[in-house]
Design a binder for this molecule. Structure first.
Ligand code: TYD
Length: 161
């Protein structure tokens, strides 16, 4: 199975009461890895595209704790999918070796990113051609098991008010 098929939206339970909402994200419980690193992105304008990389070793969960953004995921074989992050209690799980772009940030967007590794710039692939080459170099097994559907496009974006 190509890693793109492992991308999934996650819904976290909300422990709200009359004081407000509380969302808990625990490593290995609510998300499939131990959290080694957290960072957050805010102040990105609507036209900005962030990400534009794949990671050889790191898995991520992205949560728009405020505002909205979109994530486009590509498998390097022509398949892509767009996910909307627009609720503080939902996130997207991104496994290793998928190409990701984050874009369409709302002015109030605060995008929290949970990562399975400490930062290592060498495990980032920032050149798309290089990513495609590494995917293709994954060998026959990866090819046979992949969802071979060139130029497929899916959108999982549902606007919520
Ligand atoms: P970058 O990976 O380009 O951010 P994004 O994925 O949102 O587009 O990171 C921007 C800069 O911050 C870059 O110089 C690397 C640095 N950085 C760290 O030092 N540690 C980290 O954990 C991250 C995510 C980035």
């Amino acid at each position: 199975m190509h890693n793109m098929n492992r991308v999934q939206m996650l819904e976290f339970s909300q422990r709200g009461d009359d004081r407000g909402h509380l969302v808990i994200v625990e490593g290995k419980q609510d998300i499939p890895f131990e959290i080694k690193r957290a960072f957050y992105i805010y102040g990105s304008d609507e036209g900005v595209i962030r990400g534009q990389h794949a990671n050889r070793k790191t898995e991520f969960v992205l949560i728009n704790v405020a505002g909205k953004s979109k994530v486009k995921v590509k498998d390097g074989e022509g398949n892509e999918a767009i996910y909307c992050l627009n609720r503080p209690h939902t996130g997207i799980y991104l496994p290793t070796m998928v190409w990701k772009d984050m874009y369409d940030f709302s002015k109030d967007s605060v995008l929290l990113v949970l990562a399975s590794t400490h930062y290592d710039p060498d495990e980032y692939i920032r050149n798309y051609e290089e990513f495609v080459n590494e995917i293709e170099g994954g060998g026959v097994i990866l090819y046979l098991n992949s969802r071979k559907c060139p130029l497929m496009y899916e959108s999982f974006c549902q606007e919520v008010s």
